[in-house]
Design a binder for this molecule. Structure first.
Ligand SMILES: Nc1ncnc2c1ncn2[C@@H]1O[C@H](COP(=O)(O)OP(=O)(O)OP(=O)(O)O)[C@@H](O)[C@H]1O
Ligand SMILES: [Mg+2]
Length: 142
């Protein structure tokens, strides 16, 4: 499977900026990876790339609120964290179908929503790299 090696936060941001260029209304990004792998960090870089503000926003994890939304020039960004959810019903209650059809969706811990995620979704897995504390590997495909 295709993978990308990332040396540090700077390279993660470069990856995010390149990825953000391809995102549009209806795009879905599913971010897999262990606790602390860097899903929220990557999501934050992508959201800031899409917001195109002079000053970057501080993007916090939607761990407890489950979803945060942002108005970007390309449409509403929905940033989900499904870690705490136990049933698909709870995923629907967050408005995920609205996000899929009328927004740009970025989903951490997407596994529970696998069966309802449209086929156009891009699935990425972030792993710790072998080199340094800040190195990562991003694997494409579910
Ligand atoms: N290259 C890198 N890419 C992403 N994060 C990095 C990198 N190097 C260091 N980090 C650090 O690793 C940590 C990743 O935490 P983050 O909250 O993004 O992980 P997460 O995958 O969202 O975890 P959780 O499963 O708890 O939601 C941050 O402190 C970040 O600064
Ligand atoms: Mg996170």
């Amino acid at each position: 499977m295709h993978s990308v090696s990332i040396k540090n936060l700077n390279e993660m941001q470069d990856f995010a900026i390149a990825l953000a260029r391809d995102l549009k209304m209806g795009s879905i990004l599913c971010l897999k990876g262990d606790l602390g792998a860097g899903k929220t960090t990557l999501a934050g870089f992508i959201i800031n790339a899409l917001l195109e503000r002079a000053e970057p926003e501080i993007i916090t994890s939607p761990t407890f609120t489950l979803v945060h939304t942002y108005d970007s020039p390309k449409g509403t960004i929905w940033h989900f964290d499904l870690y705490r959810l136990k049933a698909l019903e709870e995923v629907y209650e967050l408005g995920i179908e609205e996000a899929f059809t009328h927004g740009i969706s970025i989903i951490e811990w997407p596994e529970i929503a696998h069966t309802i995620t449209p086929h156009n979704a891009l699935w990425l897995t972030i792993e710790h790299g072998d080199e340094t504390e800040d190195s990562r590997k991003i694997i494409m495909g579910s």
